[in-house]
Design a protein around this ligand. Structure first.
Ligand SMILES: Nc1nc2c(c(=O)[nH]1)N[C@H]1C(S)=C(S)[C@@H](COP(=O)(O)OP(=O)(O)OC[C@H]3O[C@@H](n4cnc5c(=O)[nH]c(N)nc54)[C@H](O)[C@@H]3O)O[C@H]1N2
Ligand SMILES: Nc1nc2c(c(=O)[nH]1)N[C@H]1C(S)=C(S)[C@@H](COP(=O)(O)OP(=O)(O)OC[C@H]3O[C@@H](n4cnc5c(=O)[nH]c(N)nc54)[C@H](O)[C@@H]3O)O[C@H]1N2
Ligand code: SF4
Ligand SMILES: [Mo]
Length: 761
């Protein structure tokens, strides 16, 4: 059995025992896309059973029902591989050889290295990477950011792996990320296009799938456009339209062609609320540039973007493209919801803008039952991630795009604004120390794992790495010191919604930390003490007192009726929700009066044509959204496209060692019979998947639920190289490239080409 997946012996189901107490507690969600409520049964200092929300279920404040991961959490909580003691590396970096050391020694070593790097290079050589392992606010990477900010600063990043291109592109069209109506309003929709969106598997806010289901029950037609027949396509949709990955903009453009030529656009709305649709409304100074209509009709390039043009690119039949265009333009109001997988691609910004343009030209913006597309943080205030543990001011002003940290190791001092550096003209250091808390990004979750491993192995580049985690993950294996962190059930915390969410969820401490593990907050407080900044760091508070402090912030901002911590705890209700009885509609005021309520774009209107992008004169970021063929297109050598969806089995790499979930959702590569047949691959065979960046061997699933020409390898499996460097678990990032998108410097981890064959063993 492989090291990482070495798990429990099969056992009899545990006996049912009467609990001593039952506590409602937030699920230790990690970055799972949801925030749900669990009911923990506790006996003899152990959690014996987990159930889920049993509060009344109201549309204005629905139950926060757990997914499979929350329900299977016990297996993670009491996993035999949980880290219990600090570890020091004894072999070569990355070899995975460690020895147990005492906390004092571990923390002294970490502090000595922080001091050394600060003195030798300066604070900007310290990097705290992206790490989404915990949102309970007192565990996770923000605790380290506070520590570093108070001790002179550190190099930070902007943007995320999740929403890199969509965060950047949405404001170019709308001037804001708050482009979504509150979800209760979906019940007023007549048509829902789930475009690369799979809320039944990838949680996108607890209950998003539930609201789509309710909308459909009320009569909305639901269509799913995805290369995979997802669980959303199966359970929520009336129709599934498979599309070649990376070609959505071609279909969107052809839909605009149908709307234009059949006069289905909302001309009045375009005239009053948009710029750059056609030659009549081009911005000052660029009147002769190509408008959106010019591009769609092929005025400049002589290529009309007809459904026939798009069929050859997308694989979607002409009639289907035309019909979906007519449906979306006439069955109103309608929602075109864009998933994030298709923007994690070579030209990810284009698909975001093209989707927004369809919403705009059909007049679905600013109306109940409609949806503006783009990121869709809910109006009026953006919804989730409302209150965070205060990380303080960072004295180091330079920040890098989140996806470019390996560049900042290799050539930090050469990086300038042209490389996406913000806050300063250039970096003054290469990264020399990495403090990795609640993250598997250093190895597993960043693109091109084999390259990451080579970079981190070289101790002349990054000189010291410390990792804080619950497990010895692929990232932790590359650390010099590993510090064991307790789980959310073993400490006090509080969380709020993921993208959508009008709740504050309490996370009381249920049981004692396992072994010698401690919370991230406690570890940082002990380091702060050694650095002489204990008082500044803790402000005299322990975790529970910080929860009280955070509840006060929530009460001041969005939850005026939030009870005190004592009352909240005593009530054992677990959740405080703001009921949404009148869902907010994004852009309602702009729709009613665009002069009085202009958008935060240069023109004050919806920018179908962006003068700012036009000024950049970069064909990879045209002024109107265009279909651009990806740099890697199927070739003879690598004829298959690969994608890696966010699976129900895991939160990224978190839970990959949970055998309950692995039994329900085994890690496999999904392949269509038309691709498997000629390769003599049968269902369940071990197969090798590879490209020029790396290779893996894993079992396959032959199924028509993935379209021909595409294979799917659920993202997040823990990198497990054999002696030949071939990954044996199926980590898709051995096949992904570290190239970034042209505008947002964002992840392109879905643009992948591979070959596949039967493997002998
Ligand atoms: N179960 C689960 N849920 C999660 C997470 C998790 O790890 N597990 N992670 C959470 C986080 S942090 C995030 S950022 C979100 C991520 O959310 P997303 O990025 O939206 O999730 P993905 O599964 O990558 O992509 C969604 C769908 O897009 C499809 N797709 C991929 N490429 C294309 C394309 O080119 N065109 C079209 N039309 N479809 C395409 C995939 O097949 C998939 O069904 O999920 C959140 N929810
Ligand atoms: N190919 C490909 N790669 C991707 C994606 C993709 O779609 N395709 N998705 C990307 C996206 S959207 C995201 S958000 C990233 C996510 O990447 P990461 O943020 O690295 O997420 P995880 O892999 O879940 O790693 C989180 C780690 O935190 C640990 N942890 C959990 N709780 C705690 C805690 O309380 N304290 C501490 N210290 N540790 C804790 C977990 O054990 C786990 O090792 O991955 C990205 N990578
Ligand atoms: S969606 Fe997230 S918070 Fe909800 S049960 Fe699943 S893992 Fe837990
Ligand atoms: Mo994400």
């Amino acid at each position: 059995m492989l090291d990482w997946v070495k798990s429990f012996r099969k056992t009899e189901p545990p006996p049912i025992v009467a609990p001593e107490r039952i506590v409602r507690v937030g699920c230790p969600a990690h970055n799972c896309g949801g925030r749900c409520l669990l009911k923990a049964h506790i006996r003899g200092g152990k959690i014996t059973q987990l159930e889920t929300d049993d509060r009344p279920d109201l549309i204005a404040a629905p139950q926060l029902r757990a997914c499979a991961r929350g329900r299977a959490y016990l297996r993670r909580q009491y996993h035999p591989d949980r880290l219990q003691y600090p570890l020091k590396r004894i072999g070569k970096r990355g070899a995975g050889k460690f020895t147990r050391i005492a906390w004092d020694e571990a923390l002294d070593r970490v502090v000595a290295q922080i001091r050394r790097v600060k003195e030798t290079y300066g604070n900007s050589a310290i990097f705290v990477p992206y790490g989404t392992g915990s949102y309970n606010q007192l565990n996770g990477s923000p605790t380290v950011r506070r520590l570093m900010n108070l001790s002179g600063g550190h190099l930070t990043f902007y943007n995320s792996y999740s929403w890199g291109a969509i965060n950047t592109a949405t404001p170019y069209v709308y001037g804001t990320l708050k482009t979504g109506n509150q979800r209760q309003d979906w019940l007023n929709s007549k048509y829902i296009l789930m475009w690369g969106w799979n809320p039944a598997e990838m949680r996108d806010g607890t209950n998003s799938d539930f609201f789509v289901k309710l909308a459909r029950e009320k009569g909305a037609r639901v269509v799913c456009i995805d290369p995979r027949h997802t669980l959303s396509a199966a359970a929520l949709a009336d129709e599934w339209i498979p599309i070649r990955p990376g070609t959505d903009v071609a279909m969107m453009t052809a839909m605009a062609y149908v709307m234009l030529t059949e006069e289905l656009c909302d001309e009045e709305f375009i005239r009053t609320h948009c710029v750059g649709f056609d030659q009549t409304q081009m911005p000052q100074g660029v009147q002769s540039a190509e408008s959106y209509a010019d591009y769609v009709l092929g005025v400049h390039d002589q290529v009309p973007k007809t459904p026939a043009w798009a069929e050859t690119i997308t694989g979607v039949p002409v009639e289907t493209i035309a019909r979906i265009a007519r449906e979306y333009a006439t069955i109103k109001p309608g929602v075109l919801y864009q998933g994030y997988g298709m923007q994690r691609r070579a030209y990810g910004e284009e698909v975001v803008r093209a989707g927004c343009v369809l919403a705009a030209i059909t007049g679905n913006v600013g109306v109940s039952g409609g949806w503006a597309s783009g990121l869709g943080l809910p109006a009026p205030d953006g919804g989730a991630f409302r209150s965070t543990f205060p990380i303080g001011q960072n004295p180091v002003k330079a920040t890098i795009p989140v996806f470019l940290w390996t560049e900042a190791i290799l050539r930090g001092r050469e990086m300038t604004r042209a490389d996406g550096v913000q806050g300063a003209d250039k970096l003054d250091n290469d990264i020399k120390l990495i403090y990795a808390a609640a993250t598997n990004i250093l190895i597993n979750q960043h693109a091109n794992v084999n390259r990451n491993a080579r970079i981190l192995q070289d101790e002349s580049l990054v000189e010291f790495i410390v990792a804080q985690d619950n497990f010895l993950t692929p990232t932790a294996r590359y650390a010099d010191i590993v510090l064991p962190v307790c789980t959310q059930f073993e400490m006090w915390g509080v969380e709020d919604g993921w993208k959508f969410g009008d709740e504050v969820i309490l996370m009381p401490k249920l049981v004692e930390p396992l072994g010698e593990s401690k919370s991230d907050y406690r570890i940082c407080a002990e380091i702060a003490e050694r650095l002489g900044i204990a008082e500044a760091y803790t402000e005299g508070r322990d975790e529970r007192q910080w929860v009280e402090w955070l509840l006060n912030r929530y009460r001041e901002s969005c939850f005026p009726d939030l009870p005190s911590l004592d009352e909240f705890e005593k009530s054992n209700i677990g959740v405080f929700a703001n009921a949404v009885t009148e869902p907010a509609i994004a852009f309602a005021d702009f729709r009613a009066d665009p002069q009085a309520h202009p958008l935060d774009t240069p023109s004050g209107k919806i920018e179908i044509f962006s003068a700012r992008l036009h000024a950049m004169q970069n064909p990879a970021i045209p002024a109107v959204p265009k279909y651009i063929e990806e740099y890697s297109s199927p070739s003879q050598k690598y004829p298959l496209q690969a994608i890696g969806h966010h699976t129900l089995a895991r939160v990224h790499s978190t839970h990959d060692n949970n055998d309950w979930l692995a039994e329900a959702f085994p890690q496999r590569v999904f392949i269509n019979p038309l691709d498997a047949g000629p390769r003599k691959i049968h269902d369940g065979d071990l197969v090798k998947v590879w490209n020029e960046l790396g290779a893996m061997i894993l079992p396959c699933r032959v199924t028509k639920r993935i379209m021909p020409g595409v294979v799917d390898i659920p993202q997040g499996a823990a990198w497990t190289p054999d002696e030949n460097g071939i990954d044996r678990r199926g980590n898709i990032n051995v096949l992904t490239s570290e190239r970034w998108t042209p505008l947002g410097f964002a992840s392109t981890q879905q643009t992948i080409l591979v070959q596949i064959e039967r493997a002998e063993s």
